[in-house]
Structure formats: structure tokens, C-alpha cells
Design a binder for this molecule. Structure first.
Ligand code: ADP
Ligand code: MG
Length: 478
């Protein structure tokens, strides 16, 4: 069976007229309603009012800060996607708290659910097989069509998890692979792999798949308790062939929800259905999970996704650049892979920004343009250097004791490296002058300011000294 969103990019240009905009919004609401279900839709999404559109950005307004934050965290990405599919030139959805006089929400109370449909199975796939099970659309978060096995770049850090995911997609519920527990840090591809499993199963037909984040699971469970429909909720969940729960760590400390998940889990596994779970840690490290749940989670296949390597980052960048059709020189890819080491999401974000920029201005991507366009991102990454690291490296380099960074000694051979360390702390971290001063034996911010000036002057006058300081900077940045 298919669960998906048909990306019908209609030909009209709603940018020109408000009516078109309102129609787009109604269609988006219809889709969202279909995806998240009636209760959730009414609780959160009917409160959104349409704000102004400006270039590639549209503003949506919410009555309170709490609602804005909640809608942003729960539906922000989806809203962006949906707006983008309505109006391809829209790149950003800005959520703001409404002020007096701002427009009120449209009357969308009876927007019909749309688009997330359990599409009828094709004739031949139903021939002689069991009927396609009904999956309530409110159990399903639409799978993101970009996240497939084809678009997942495999390398050392993720090859095992990838192989396990493929195996589950080919042969769900096989012995040894149920549950499949994927874990790893943020932005390393857990959600991508889960969606890929879902997409593959859906493509092969005849399998009902439910995918949701643990947070959503909890929310739906609580909503079911409130509306006294827990039995229905349980039945729905227990009717799927494959249940995927993303970011299980959110269930930590939520005892009732954990209990419910545990029972659902057991019922499904006992009935020979497949479970796929992701989390940021391994089952044994997820402290706060009930022991019996932890034990069961570790019973199938546990696969971790490791931090990316330089090689994998390069491969990912190459694949994404090629897919975008924009020529990105190897030097730029290397620069990015070198600078942005945290995770794939940030790497991808940086590359997307470069590509958007290149498309917008029709200029080739160069190293210089990259540094310029990604100025803020690169700076944020440079900020990861700590003052302690700077002090340590500088002390080693100039052969002084680390304690001298905060000592009162004023001999030149000690004072100069200390000034260099202060200078680098100012350049490479986002700390303020007083904060830096405190880390150097509670010195005054004017001392730090003086050190920065002094080192800058010296660098201008003394090329060898400047080279030394630059070397330190490069070492610390890499
Ligand atoms: P997680 O769920 O582990 O936090 P995601 O699956 O959301 O991470 O991945 C973050 C982003 O990085 C997504 O856009 C995803 O497509 C991309 N990504 C992660 N790993 C890979 C990979 N190996 N190949 C291609 N894209 C990847
Ligand atoms: Mg994720």
C-alpha cells in the first residue's frame, strides 16, 4: 500500500494574488489535517493565521509564544515542505507571534483531509493475497520522498546500519532483525534510513507501515486518553505490519507512554510484525528506560551510526552537489568537509545555501564566495574552540606552564604568550572581553582589550611573529 503525498505543483502563481495564497493555505491545511488527524489538527493548527509573503519567505502568525514554539518544533519542517510544494519559490516559513491588528486565522474548520491516503493497491498485487490492511491516516506521518536508500550515501561509519535497514526493508520480521534498533548522534541519518525502509516497503506493496516520532506517539496516546479512545488507538497501532518509532529517547521519564509502547511492542512482535526504533544512544545507555523495555529493545539487531569521517563527508557532498546540477569545485567540497564536521544535516544545510546562492545570482561557486556566503555558519563552527584549548595549545607552543595563563607573572616570556592566547580567544570564540578576562586569572576586560591591540600591532610589525600566531590559529581551527 502507498502512503504518500502527491506533490502536485499547480501551475497558477499564487504570489500575485491573495486569493491564490488563501487557496494554497487551505490545501495545505487539508493535507496537514489528513496527516496529523482531526484532534491534533484542531488543537494546534487551526490557530495559525496567514501573514505576509515577502520574497521567498512567508510568515505565519500564532496567538502565543508557546503555540509558536510548539508549532515550530512539531510542524515547522512539514509546513515549509508543504508551502514549497504549493509555491516552489518559497524557501522559508517564518512563525511569529501575532500582534493586535494582525489577520485572524482563516476559517478552515471544515477543511477536508487530503492527500495522505491509503492508495488502493494495484490489481495484481492484491490477487490472491490478503486484503490491504486499512491504516488510519492519523497514524501515519507522511514519509519524506527525499529519504530513500538511493539517496543515502554509504561509508564506513554507516555501512552496518545501512545493511541492516536494507535487510529489514527486503524481508521484514526476519529472525535476528526484529526489532531493528538504530542509534547515533543527531543528524547522522537515522530518520533518513527509517523513511527509506518505509519507502521501500510501501513500494513493494501490501505492507502497512506506521512511522512516527516517539514524541508524536506520546502525544497521540495522551490525546487518546483524553478522548477516551485508547482502545481504538491500541487497535490501530496493533494492526500495522511495520511500526517505526523515531527518537525513542523522548519517552524517557514518560512512564505511562513507555508502558503503552511496551505493550504495543510486545503485541506486534508476538504477532510477527516488524518494529524499527531509533534513538540517540544504545539500549544499554538509555538510562531512564524501563528495564524490561530496554531488554526487549536489545533483543533484535542493534546498529549504530558513527560520526562521519572526512571521506564520507566528501562522498555525501559530491552526491548532493551532483544531484543539484550546480558545479561545485572539489576544493570547495574539501573545504566544507574539513570545516563542518558536526553532522550531515549541517553539512547539507551549508551546501544547500551555496547552491541556492549560485542559482539565485547565476555566479559560479568559488572558495571565496563560499567563505562569504557561509560566513555565519563557519564562524559558528569556529566557535567550538574553547578558551581552555587555546590556553593549552599556546602554552605548549611557547613552552610555558599552563598555570601561567592565569598567574600574576609579568615577565615578557610569559606575558606575551598570555596576550596571544587572549587575542586568539577573542578571535576564535564568541566570549566577551570580561568573560575572557575571568578565564585568565580574573583579569579585567581592559587588560584583554590591551592584549588584543598589542598582538594586532605586533603582527603588523613582525612577520615571523604574525606567522606564529597564524599557525596557532590554523591549528586551533582544524
Ligand atoms: P538523524 O535522524 O540521525 O538526526 P537525519 O536522518 O534527519 O538524521 O539526517 C539529517 C540530514 O542529513 C537529512 O537531510 C539526511 O538526508 C542527510 N543525511 C544523513 N546521512 C546521510 C547519508 N549517509 N547520505 C545522504 N544524506 C544523509
Ligand atoms: Mg531524526
Amino acid at each position: 500500500m502507498t502512503i504518500g503525498v502527491d506533490d502536485d505543483e499547480s501551475a497558477f502563481s499564487p504570489l500575485e494574488n491573495n486569493k491564490g495564497l488563501a487557496e494554497s493555505w487551505l490545501r495545505i491545511c487539508g493535507r496537514l489535517k489528513g496527516e496529523v488527524g482531526e484532534v491534533e489538527y484542531r488543537t494546534w493548527l487551526t490557530q495559525i493565521a496567514l501573514g505576509p509573503i515577502d520574497g521567498d519567505e512567508i510568515t505565519l502568525l500564532l496567538p502565543t509564544r508557546f503555540l509558536r514554539d510548539w508549532v515550530r518544533s512539531q510542524y515547522g519542517d512539514r509546513l515549509s515542505e508543504l508551502w514549497h510544494s504549493e509555491i516552489p519559490s518559497l524557501r522559508r516559513v517564518e512563525l511569529q507571534v501575532a500582534r493586535p491588528g494582525d489577520p485572524a486565522p482563516l476559517q478552515v474548520a471544515d477543511v477536508a483531509p487530503a492527500s495522505v491516503t491509503a492508495a488502493p493497491a494495484t490489481e495484481d498485487s492484491t490477487a490472491g493475497t490478503k486484503p490491504v490492511p486499512e491504516v488510519r491516516s492519523d497514524l501515519v506521518t507522511a514519509l519524506d520522498s527525499r529519504f530513500t536508500f538511493e539517496t543515502f550515501v554509504v561509508g564506513k561509519p554507516n555501512e552496518f546500519a545501512y545493511a541492516c535497514a536494507r535487510r529489514v526493508a527486503e524481508k521484514p520480521s526476519s529472525v535476528g532483525f526484529n526489532p531493528l534498533f538504530l542509534y547515533g548522534g543527531v543528524g547522522l541519518g537515522k530518520t533518513h534510513l527509517m523513511h527509506a525502509i518505509g519507502a521501500e516497503l510501501v513500494r513493494s506493496g501490501n505492507v502497512s507501515v506506521a512511522y512516527m516520532s516517539a514524541e508524536k506517539f506520546m502525544y497521540r496516546f495522551i490525546a487518546a486518553i483524553r478522548s477516551q479512545s485508547t482502545i481504538e488507538f491500541k487497535e490501530q497501532l496493533r494492526s500495522v505490519d511495520v511500526l517505526m518509532i523515531d527518537d525513542l529517547q523522548f519517552l524517557i521519564g514518560k512512564d505511562n507512554t513507555q508502558e503503552e509502547f511496551f505493550h504495543t511492542f510486545n503485541a506486534l512482535v508476538d504477532a510477527g510484525r516488524q518494529i524499527v526504533v531509533s534513538a540517540d544512544k544504545s539500549p544499554s545507555d538509555l538510562s531512564g528506560l524501563e528495564d524490561r523495555l530496554r531488554t526487549r529493545l536489545g533483543c533484535g539487531m542493534v546498529a549504530d551510526i558513527h560520526a562521519t569521517t572526512f571521506e564520507l563527508r566528501i562522498s555525501i557532498l559530491e552526491a548532493k552537489a551532483a544531484a543539484s546540477g550546480v558545479v561545485v569545485p572539489g576544493k570547495v567540497l574539501e573545504f566544507l568537509a574539513h570545516k563542518i564536521t558536526s553532522n550531515v544535516r549541517e553539512l547539507e544545510g551549508a551546501l544547500n545555501r551555496l547552491i541556492a546562492h549560485a542559482n539565485l545570482f547565476g555566479r559560479p561557486v568559488t572558495l571565496e564566495a563560499t567563505q562569504d556566503v557561509l560566513h555565519d555558519i563557519l564562524k559558528a563552527h569556529d566557535r567550538r574552540v574553547t578558551i581552555e584549548e587555546i590556553q593549552k595549545k599556546v602554552a605548549e607552543h611557547w613552552n610555558i606552564r599552563l598555570t601561567d595563563m592565569s598567574s600574576a607573572r609579568r615577565a615578557r616570556n610569559v606575558a606575551r604568550p598570555r596576550q596571544v592566547a587572549m587575542y586568539l580567544a577573542k578571535q576564535l570564540t564568541s566570549r566577551s572581553l570580561p568573560e575572557i578576562g575571568r578565564k585568565f586569572g580574573n583579569r579585567d576586560h581592559t587588560t584583554v582589550m590591551h592584549a588584543v591591540q598589542r598582538v594586532t600591532e605586533l603582527m603588523e610589525r613582525d612577520a615571523a611573529f604574525a606567522e606564529d600566531v597564524e599557525l596557532m590559529r590554523r591549528m586551533l581551527e582544524s
